[in-house]
Design a protein around this ligand. Structure first.
Ligand SMILES: NC(=O)c1ccc[n+]([C@@H]2O[C@H](COP(=O)([O-])OP(=O)(O)OC[C@H]3O[C@@H](n4cnc5c(N)ncnc54)[C@H](O)[C@@H]3O)[C@@H](O)[C@H]2O)c1
Ligand SMILES: [Zn+2]
Ligand SMILES: [Zn+2]
Length: 342
């Protein structure tokens, strides 16, 4: 069967690989229909993703069809359409035993730390599949991106009376915005890129946006929008350490700051005036939980999340290698590109 491998940064290769095996106990054989491309794939392509190893078959945002199941599988059956929870956890570490499967100590994310779904068929643990009778394969491929935002907002625990500030309106920030809005809290979005803020206002119908260049004007605007209180929950989805350091200054007293973006650089801030005086919580948000996938499928089925604005680019499997470099350029307006396999 055909597959696409990232041999090394900036070098994809079309491969013929061995046909996927028959599913063993607890496993399912799947046909891959749609693959979403996200910042992780782009960073892996550009050689900027620290957790990415090469060569690697990418693909962790998958819309799949069940072809066959192994012994003991009861949650799915042949013909089911599913989204894949791509975090392959061990099931017995300290995190897994307490239900925090998103941060398993030896987690291997498909397509990042082990080979993923950029191929025609794949065998996966059936427990990682989330079925929908209604969603298209393309919508199912979008569920994982949304799950990152869902988990980040859950980490921030916004109340309906509170303000949530989302910093960074890339695909991850947009997924955070969906759930901030659904929480009922007043949502404000900050970015340095006006094109991304316009998308938020027009497509996600969140009117309050702040264009920042980091000169302090953004703090004044946030103060106005929050009637002087600042944001009870700040979610930083930039992945930039300067923004993540600055984010403490946007938090209200007793606020919660969630880092969903990832940086390898140091974050620094003054402890006394920001963290201590305001008694802030700083929380990380990694991956997502099984319940997030179930909830998102229901929200899309009920029409509470509209997936239409999300998917901006498509490519057939056979043309992906050629078009992929364009998807790395923000000026092409890519939010979510989807690869069509079958
Ligand atoms: N927590 C997780 O499990 C998880 C999963 C996937 C991705 N991520 C991380 O989420 C982050 C965001 O991913 P993405 O694909 O949306 O990235 P992206 O680069 O597309 O978006 C980042 C946005 O932040 C904005 N930005 C950058 N610096 C800023 C600043 N100082 N102030 C305001 N805005 C600023 C950019 O203009 C851009 O719109 C990355 O660090 C990525 O690694 C985390
Ligand atoms: Zn992703
Ligand atoms: Zn584990």
């Amino acid at each position: 069967m055909k597959a696409i491998q990232l041999e090394q940064p900036k070098q994809f290769r079309r491969l013929e690989v061995a046909e996927a095996a028959q599913p063993g106990a607890g496993e399912a054989l799947l046909r891959v229909h749609r693959i979403g491309i996200c910042g992780t794939d782009i960073a892996g392509y550009l050689g900027k993703m620290p957790f990415f190893s090469y060569p690697r078959i990418p693909g962790h945002e998958l819309g799949v069809e069940v072809l066959a199941v192994g012994a003991g599988v009861t949650n799915v059956q042949p013909g089911d359409r599913c989204s894949v929870e791509p975090y392959i956890n061990c099931g017995h570490c300290y995190s897994c035993l307490r239900g925090h499967t998103n941060c398993c100590e030896t987690n291997k994310t498909l397509g990042v730390m082990c080979d993923g779904g950029m191929c025609e068929r794949i065998v996966l643990p059936a427990r990682k599949l989330h079925v929908s009778g209604k969603l298209s394969y393309e919508q199912l491929a979008l569920v994982e991106t949304l799950a990152i935002g869902c988990h980040a907002v859950n980490r921030g625990e916004p109340k309906t009376t509170e303000h949530v500030l989302v910093i960074g309106a890339g695909p991850i920030g947009l997924s955070v915005i969906e759930f901030a809005r659904l929480s009922g809290a007043k949502t404000i979005v900050m970015d340095m890129n006006e094109q991304r803020l316009a998308f938020v206002r027009e497509k996600l119908r969140v009117p309050d946006t702040i264009l920042t260049c980091g000169d302090g004007e953004e703090l004044k605007k946030l103060t106005e929008l929050t009637k002087g209180q600042l944001a009870d929950v700040v979610v930083d989805a930039t992945g930039h350490n300067k923004s993540m350091s600055q984010a403490l200054n946007y938090c209200a007293f007793r606020g919660r700051l969630v880092y969903v973006g990832i940086t390898q650089s140091e974050i620094s801030f003054l402890q006394a005036p920001a963290l201590h005086r305001r008694e802030l919580d700083i929380r990380a948000s990694r991956n997502a939980l099984p319940g997030d996938f179930t909830r998102i499928i229901e929200l899309i089925e009920d029409g509470q999340i509209d997936t239409k604005p999300w998917i901006t680019h498509h490519a057939a499997f056979d043309e992906m290698i050629e078009v992929f470099p364009k998807w790395t350029l923000p000026e092409t307006g890519v939010i979510k590109a989807v690869v069509e396999v079958a």
